[in-house]
Design a protein around this ligand. Structure first.
Ligand SMILES: *Cc1c(COP(=O)(O)O)cnc(C)c1O
Length: 407
């Protein structure tokens, strides 16, 4: 049974939302960069450190067992959250960036000169640079699927690019700039037909929409904790059993081994093979708490609310003559990137901050996408579970003031 969606009750659970910025109540509209944390997460971290803490997996004492249990329970929560068959399909990482790097490094042994890796123009740098490494080091060919003017992926072009040369196809599920949600399920059969490995950057998607990796049928799916109301320093990589068995470990050290000899090493089972050294124990437990908290609410309610706030802001902003929306795909989430013609996005963000409104401005780690649209940057308001229609109105009023000041 889900709890009723009551925005006031939700906001009360985030102490930081009481903050004033420059004398105004904080309107935190930078959720695509990182989300704020509910008491449930803050308390979970505090309680863990205050009452039962030790390293995981190695100890035979009570607190080592308690901490290991909580850590492994968190893995189970991530698995359930992503709809994956077993906790053994989940590798804890430092975040989405590390998850993608692990996949790129771990698949390097399957790549030969001239093999193609296909990504898209709307990728975050963390789903571009690791593949450039394979281009630089192994002579792989890195190709970018174009994005249409409205921010949707050019599916026709994608079909034309996929071939027997494709070894890896890696795609963002929901863009952190355009908000575009890519039709992964439709694409899976095309990629499968080439025999390529399908990697999905689900960093934004997992926060705003229910995800079921089993139904999607992809090989790897990456997510992060700090955008899902959890701590920084924790993320997860889902892989099918087959995909994980094929992946070479990235970090070597304690816990990822079975036996170490002078002559050779044998490795621990998946997923522990990929978690060398002391893992982010507290962060993982914090992520588990974030997922528990978040799953109290019906994802349909959350999405409906976030999209209502988005629509309210967009409606108001569209009245401004110099307003230019970046990303208007039919399928999109609550990310609103824009420019004010004649003004710099950084100036817009700075003026909004004077009124307590936190938005991001810049390239958002998506330089090829900026290039695609012939722009240097955008301002970006990104809405989360606790944002209100009133905050959307304040954004509109704030941008109107920017226009008065800057144009
Ligand atoms: C934030 C983000 C990342 C990077 O995630 P981290 O966990 O911060 O490393 C990757 N891809 C997308 C689409 C993002 O929004």
């Amino acid at each position: 049974m889900y709890k009723p969606f009551d925005i006031e009750v939700i906001r009360e659970q985030f102490p930081i939302l009481e903050r004033k910025i420059n004398g105004y109540p904080l309107a935190y509209l930078d959720n695509a960069a990182s989300a704020q944390k509910p008491c449930r997460v803050i308390d979970a971290l505090r309680n863990r450190m205050a009452s039962s803490y030790a390293n995981v997996h190695r100890g035979l004492h009570t607190m080592a067992n308690e901490t290991t249990e909580s850590f492994e329970a968190a893995r189970g929560k991530v698995a359930e959250f992503l709809g994956c068959p077993s906790p053994e399909n989940i590798v804890f990482t430092r975040g989405a960036t590390e998850a993608i790097n692990l996949v790129a490094y771990g698949l390097a042994h399957t790549i030969n000169e001239g093999d193609e890796i296909i990504i898209s123009q709307m990728e975050h740098h963390s789903n571009i640079v690791p593949w450039h490494f394979l281009r630089e080091r192994l002579g792989a060919v890195l190709r970018f699927v174009p994005v249409l003017d409205n921010g949707a992926l050019d599916l026709e072009a994608l079909r034309g690019m996929l071939s027997a040369r494709t070894r890896i196809f890696s795609l963002v599920h929901m863009s952190n700039v355009l908000g575009t949600i890519n039709p992964i399920r439709d694409i899976v059969p095309w990629v499968k037909a080439t025999g390529a490995t399908f990697v999905v950057d689900g960093t934004q998607m997992a926060v705003h929409n229910p995800v079921n990796v089993t139904e999607l049928g992809v090989d790897f799916y990456c997510m992060t904790g700090h955008k899902l109301y959890g701590p920084t320093g924790i993320g997860a990589l889902y892989g099918t059993a087959h995909a994980l068995e094929n992946l070479q470990p990235f970090n070597g050290g304690g816990e990822m081994i079975e036996d170490v000899f002078e002559t050779h090493v044998t490795y621990n089972d998946v997923p522990h093979r990929f978690e060398a050294g002391t893992p982010p124990v507290l962060e993982a437990i914090g992520l588990g708490a974030a997922i528990d908290w978040y799953r109290q609410y019906d994802p349909a309610d959350v999405r409906q609310h976030e999209m209502a706030v988005y629509a309210q802001a967009l409606d108001g902003l569209r009245d401004i003559n110099s307003f230019r929306l970046v990303g208007d795909a039919p399928e999109k989430g609550s990310v609103l990137s824009f420019n004010i013609e004649g003004a710099h996005a950084h100036d817009v963000a700075q003026i909004l901050d004077k009124y307590g409104i936190a938005v991001r401005a810049g390239q958002h780690c998506t330089q090829p996408l900026m290039e695609r649209y012939g722009i240097h940057s955008t301002a970006r308001a990104s809405f989360g579970i606790y944002n209100t229609l009133d905050e959307a109105e304040r954004l509109v009023e704030g941008v109107k003031r920017c226009v008065t000041f800057l144009l």
